[in-house]
Design a protein around this ligand. Sequence first.
Ligand code: PRE
Length: 284
Amino acid sequence: MKVGYLGPKATFTELAVKKVFEGFEYVPFQTIPGCMDAVSNHVVELAVVPLENTLEGSVNITLDYLTHVADIPIIGEITIPITMHLMVHPKNAERWQDAEKIFSHSHAIAQCHKFLHKHFKGVPYESVSSTAASAKMIMESPELNIAAIANELAAKEYGATIVQRGIHDFDHNHTRFIVLAKKDIDFQVLSGSSHYRTTLMVTLPSDQAGALHQVLSAFAWRKINLSKIESRPMKTGIGNYFFIIDLEMKLDDVLIPGAIAEMEALGCSVKLLGSYPAMMVDLD
Ligand SMILES: O=C(O)C(=O)C[C@]1(C(=O)O)C=C[C@@H](O)C=C1
């Protein structure tokens, strides 16, 4: 069975994938939409993509492509700790403090803003397709004094020298990845998880005062715990938004269907994006 992920080798996504999918064939893609298209087009059976980070919040491209383009259920969730390191080509190890540009994934740069502001004030940074891509890139141009932000595995994989460890701005940095598949695939590590989440996409009726309050009530009086609610643009006009709502429970026969029916009766449209086991894994 093939699992697609945001590549190249040694991204954080690959770390998450390898922790859970043993014995699978790993297929890297350059972009998050590329991973999802690969599932839609049956190039891979599963894809793992980043969804949310403790410091930087949602990965918007994942949410948007999932809701506007790819119609693939979420079948699992993997959360891993994230440690960012600054790395350079070994030839530049003595002069890293004078690096002229810093490269990484935009989410990784955002997780290290305090560090960059303190140590590289005024130095430009540029986002590339992934953290591992930035490590690979700096190794291809040893003559340039440039740096990358990536993980330990990427430093090893591409031969870069880590010059500053743990440069993310706050402790307890984690990223939540989702597993997408057209059909439910029972993979052992996750199915052993006791923690489930259900994700809904809710569009409110237009111009109805108190609609969001009523939606939240549908969960509140059923004592359904929400772990996240986020609005994203519908892309149809200024002020038009839908909501992504994470529920802290598995899809059941009574409570969630009841809440959905109540929201629909209010004029909302509701789509189930998935009900799935969620797992926090350590990297050691
Ligand atoms: O670039 C990577 O290594 C990724 O796997 C992507 C990604 C993300 O999109 O959030 C994953 C984890 C980290 O938060 C930083 C980057």
